[in-house]
Each structure stands twice: as C-alpha cells, then as structure tokens.
Design a binder for this molecule. Structure first.
Ligand code: SF4
Ligand code: SF4
Length: 390
C-alpha cells in the first residue's frame, strides 16, 4: 500500500466558526479526526489507473450530507451510489454536495440495473444514465456499474455490452463495471472474456464459504487488468435485527484489506461514530492477530449476510429466489433501509409469503438461516405504502 497526504482539514478555528451551523456532535467528531495521522493508504484500481484510498464511502444508506462532508474532509475520495438508492435522493444529495468541489479531488461510481427483458432496453438504459448524471449534476461518472448482475447471460448480453461501450465512447462514463452478489467466480471469468468490464464490485467478507475459489478468480481478473472493489464487508451491517452490535467493522475491513487485489472497500457508514471507526482501521490497515482471533470466533455465528451460495434454491419446493429475498431481509433489518428492501422484493413479483402453503421447509441453509421465518418476516413489507418507508 502507498500513503498519500490527506486533504487539508478545516482548521479548528474554522470549525468553531461554523459551530452555529452544525450539531455539536458533528463538530466534536470532526475535531477528533483532525488529530489522527495524516494519511490513508491508497491502491490502484486495475488498468483504470485510478488511485484511491483503501477506504471509500458506500453512500447507499446515508441521508445526511454532513457525513459525506466529514468523509471527504477526512481524505476519502471515492463515493459509491446507485440510480435506485433512496429513489434517486442519494444521487441528488451527492450532486448538491460535490457541485462546487474540484472534480479532480473525488471519484464517483453509480450503478444502473439493465432491464434486458424490455424491448425498449437501449432507450431506457440511456435515459437511466442521463437521469443519474442530471441528479449528480455531473458530465460524467468515473465508474458506471451495471447493477446486481445475477447471471452470465446478462453480463455478456451483446445489447448491454454495446450500450456500456457507447456510454464510454460518449464520455458519460470513464470506466465500465459490474456489481454482483452471486456466482462470483464464474461472473469474473465471463467478464474477463468480454474484454469490456474494467471494474468488479463484489460482496467480499470473512464469512465467504468459497474464498479460495473466489480469490483465484479475482487474481485472474487482476492479471487481466480488472480492478476490484469490496462491498458487504461487514457481513450485512454492524447491528443485528434488534439493533444490538453484531460485529466490529474495523476488524472486518482489515480482513478485506489483507487481500492486495482488493483496491478499496465501500462500507456504508451513516454516523460519525462509524466513520471514525472505519478511519481508525484505514490508518492502521494491517490485519492483527487479535482480529484473526476475533473473526474466527464469529465464523459460526449467524449474520444477516446471505453468502449467495445458491444451495437453497434447489431444495425449495417452489424454487423461490431465496438469496435475493435474504438480501431484502438484510436491507431492512441490517441496513434499516425498508424502501430498498421493498424495491428488491417488488422486482421478484412474489405473491406475498409464498411459504405459507408449506407444512414443512426442506431448505437447509449453509449460513444457518431459518429461511421460512425470515421470508415470513420480510414479505409483508411489499404491502406497506412506499411513502411510509422513504
Ligand atoms: S417453506 Fe418456503 S422456503 Fe421452505 S420449501 Fe416451502 S416455499 Fe420453499
Ligand atoms: S443456502 Fe443460505 S447462504 Fe446459501 S444462498 Fe441460500 S440463504 Fe443464502
């Protein structure tokens, strides 16, 4: 890893001057960060050549621009959002925040889902990207991910590849990426084969059951010039469904960074405390013996994160898309994002709790989830009006 100077912080006197405009805990948190070591290690994102700190910000759940400001002022330069987050408000918030910032001081990634079933796919995808750029108030994004790719047929669909290439040629996106939760080794190999994808955003954490296989695929991607960005590093949120602390996020991040092929992680911090926790880890990113012992102790604990191993789908008598339903469960109970949870389920066209007709559940989840209970706990959200969830 390489160290660079962090961006100059606001002076304490400037903070004091701004004190009337910010909540006391905001000022306190910012002052606290000023006293830290002045570097965050950086890595290069494959052949894109983009140099970014190992810690980036997943903006998905953040709705407070002061947290974005604190991250930016703390030396974080890469911000990850998506067309669908908070129904577009996430991109709009970043647009307002970055409007007067030097474009060379940050990079933005956004994502858009490709509806390849639509006869009007090309025009719809173009409008999706144009809308994101309008919200962001930017001429281009640094990385555009085709969002949540689940199958190889979508990843290498000629219409999708053509549109992504067109966006890049037009200068609306600097680099082409894909994000994925499922079947990751095969997706990476397929992405390499297309010769189009430059960046892969993938779930990567200490609970992964296919780590050796995945690391080998990532190495093949790196050898082909791809860059890798980690999400879901904190296995579905640092809190459980009851709001109790579930995991130490800094140990999770240090575990991710031990793989030099992962350029950066995008934890979705929403509070100053969690930002400070992430920054503390980023300033001392080497995995420690105590982290190893701590994470080993959590290996068999049930988390909110579904590994997307797919083993459950064949066991289910109705072949429900269980991994995606589990992701919706995590969005609501782990990330506290009910609107995103509902959107995720709506895309599946379920007819309510599909488990209600089963007398017993044949599914054996490798993560130990009680699948039927979780499905019963999350599917009613599709009936809640969206204005209650925003
Ligand atoms: S209870 Fe639900 S998850 Fe289990 S087999 Fe029936 S439909 Fe599938
Ligand atoms: S078996 Fe469990 S961990 Fe694997 S995909 Fe199904 S729900 Fe997720």
């Amino acid at each position: 890893m390489k160290n660079i100077n962090r961006r100059k912080f606001l002076s304490i006197s400037a903070l004091a001057g701004a004190g009337a405009l910010v909540a006391p805990q905001v000022a306190a948190a910012s002052v606290k960060r000023q006293k830290e070591d002045d570097t965050i290690p950086t890595r290069i994102l494959g052949n894109t050549g983009i140099e970014i700190p190992v810690l980036s910000m997943g903006v998905m759940r953040a709705d407070n621009p002061a947290v974005v400001r604190a991250a930016y002022n703390s030396g974080i330069t890469h911000f990850d959002t998506a067309h669908g987050y908070q129904n577009g408000k996430n991109e709009e918030m970043l647009g307002v925040f970055f409007k007067d910032k030097d474009r060379s001081t940050f990079t933005i990634a956004t994502k858009g889902k490709a509806n390849l079933k639509s006869d009007n796919f090309e025009a719809e995808y173009e409008e999706l990207l144009n809308t994101s750029l309008r919200r962001l108030q930017m001429d281009y994004v640094d990385i555009f991910y085709t969002h949540a790719i689940e199958d190889l047929g979508s990843l290498n669909d000629p219409r999708l590849l053509k549109m992504l290439t067109k966006f890049k040629e037009e200068g609306k996106i600097k680099h082409i990426g894909f994000s994925t939760h499922a079947n990751k080794p095969a997706q990476i190999d397929e992405a390499i084969a297309t010769g189009v994808y430059e960046v892969c955003l993938l779930s990567y954490n200490f609970k992964l059951g296919i780590l050796a296989e995945l690391d080998e695929a990532i190495q093949r991607g790196v050898d082909a010039g791809m860059g890798f960005v980690a999400m879901k590093s904190m296995v579905g949120g640092v809190e459980d469904a009851e709001g109790n602390k579930k995991v130490d996020g800094s140990a999770c991040l240090r575990w991710v960074w031990q793989n030099p092929n992962i350029t950066t992680a995008i934890p979705g911090f929403t509070s100053f405390d969690l930002l400070d926790n992430c920054l503390e880890a980023a300033h001392s990113p080497e995995l420690k013996e105590q982290d190893v012992n701590y994470l080993a102790g959590l290996k068999s604990n049930e988390m909110l994160y579904c590994q997307n191993c797919g083993k459950c789908v064949g066991d289910c008598s109705k072949h429900l898309p269980i991994p995606t339903i589990m992701r919706a469960y995590m969005y609501n109970y782990g990330y506290k994002q009910p609107a995103l949870s509902k959107d995720t389920l709506m895309g599946l066209a379920l007819s309510g709790n599909e488990c209600s007709g089963c007398t017993s559940c044949a599914v054996k989840c490798t993560s130990g989830f009680n699948i039927a209970n979780k499905i019963a706990a999350i599917t009613p959200i599709v009936n809640v009006p969206s204005y209650f969830l925003a």
